[in-house]
Design a protein around this ligand. Structure first.
Ligand SMILES: NC(=O)c1ccc[n+]([C@@H]2O[C@H](COP(=O)([O-])OP(=O)(O)OC[C@H]3O[C@@H](n4cnc5c(N)ncnc54)[C@H](OP(=O)(O)O)[C@@H]3O)[C@@H](O)[C@H]2O)c1
Length: 293
């Protein structure tokens, strides 16, 4: 039996970073119409209010047959609000016009405006983890997790809190030039039923420029799919879920369809994509938490 959306995170989610304010409205409407059921937002994306009102509009229109329980909504605690996790969560719930979130993440392992070695980061991370666990117990969030945390940051929750990390969700940058840290996290915490979600899968434009590796073109041609679909299917093949942002209906459609292309990839294809980067020479493209103590 296929699990209900509320029971398992959908494999492909709509990213909404940079879709600030009203810009999010059309891509969100298009995505829901196409069948997206996971929406990823964050307090710092400044679009929770607009997402909340579009969703209300979509629920009201009976022809959509859409209700809150059909969706998986993720939001994140802002690094500006690390000192007020509960108030920040309540604000996200109110903006999104919902009684609960399917997933709430600590967006970043540090608080803003402090050097990475400041001891306050760790104090606030542990405090935020306590607040998220209590919110989960209360039922206003169904699942909790972290984003952009290193294995050491995650380990602290295991060793230095009473809450542990069972069923933790981890969202992080993943693409062919940077995937081994995700693999390390998955391996290290596998017995805790960790769920990994990748973002920036197109490596911030690297896929579309002239340095795009030949192997992606070879696989794309053989399978008759797009280069982006090859990458998305490669991440899904590893058992991870994905987020992609697009304002283009064709791209939205292609990205959602990547889920059906996983079975086309062979283990050899995946190994060849793994080998696009070498261990020790990975190229992280987004913000880097490794200096945060
Ligand atoms: N936790 C974090 O710290 C964090 C950080 C970054 C992102 N995220 C989440 O992950 C989501 C995805 O990451 P992202 O938005 O940075 O980057 P992304 O989804 O990897 O890439 C977005 C770019 O790729 C293009 N694109 C999308 N699908 C395409 C396709 N099929 N073919 C060609 N181009 C395509 C989009 O252009 P078009 O609009 O023209 O299609 C857009 O310019 C975010 O929106 C956010 O929800 C989380």
């Amino acid at each position: 039996m296929v699990p209900k959306v509320s029971e398992r995170i959908p494999s492909v989610g709509l990213g909404t970073f940079r879709l600030k304010g009203e810009v999010v409205q059309q891509p969100l409407r298009d995505a829901i119409r196409l069948g997206y059921r996971h929406i990823d937002t964050a307090a710092i994306y400044r679009n929770e209010k607009e997402i909340g009102s579009i969703l209300q509009e979509l629920y009201r229109d009976e022809s959509n047959q859409l209700s809150r329980s059909d969706l998986w909504i993720t939001s994140k605690l802002s690094p500006y609000d690390m000192e007020n996790p509960r108030a920040s969560l309540l604000q996200s719930l109110s903006a999104l016009q919902t009684d609960y979130l399917d997933l709430y993440l600590i967006h970043w392992p540090a608080v803003v405006r402090k050097v990475p070695t400041n001891p306050m980061h760790k104090i606030l991370r542990l405090e935020a983890w306590r607040a998220l666990n209590e919110a989960k117990r209360e039922g206003i969030v169904r699942n909790i997790g972290v984003s952009n945390f290193t294995p050491n940051h995650i380990q602290e929750f295991l060793h230095e809190t009473d809450y542990g990390i069972q069923g933790i969700f981890v969202q992080m940058e993943i693409h062919p030039w940077y995937w081994r840290d995700a693999f390390e996290i998955q391996t290290k915490f596998s017995k805790h039923s960790l769920v990994l979600t990748g973002y920036a899968l197109l490596a911030e434009g690297k896929l579309s420029n002239s340095s795009c590796p030949e192997i992606l073109e070879t696989i794309r041609e053989r399978l008759g799919i797009t280069r982006v679909q090859v990458i998305l299917a490669w991440v899904l093949y590893k058992g991870w879920t994905i987020l992609v942002k697009s304002e283009d209906v064709t791209h939205l459609e292609q990205n959602l369809a990547a889920d059906k292309m996983v079975r086309l990839l062979t283990p050899e294809d995946c190994a060849a994509i793994d080998a696009i980067s070498s261990e020790g020479e990975e190229e992280k493209r987004c913000w880097d938490p490794r200096a945060v103590v």
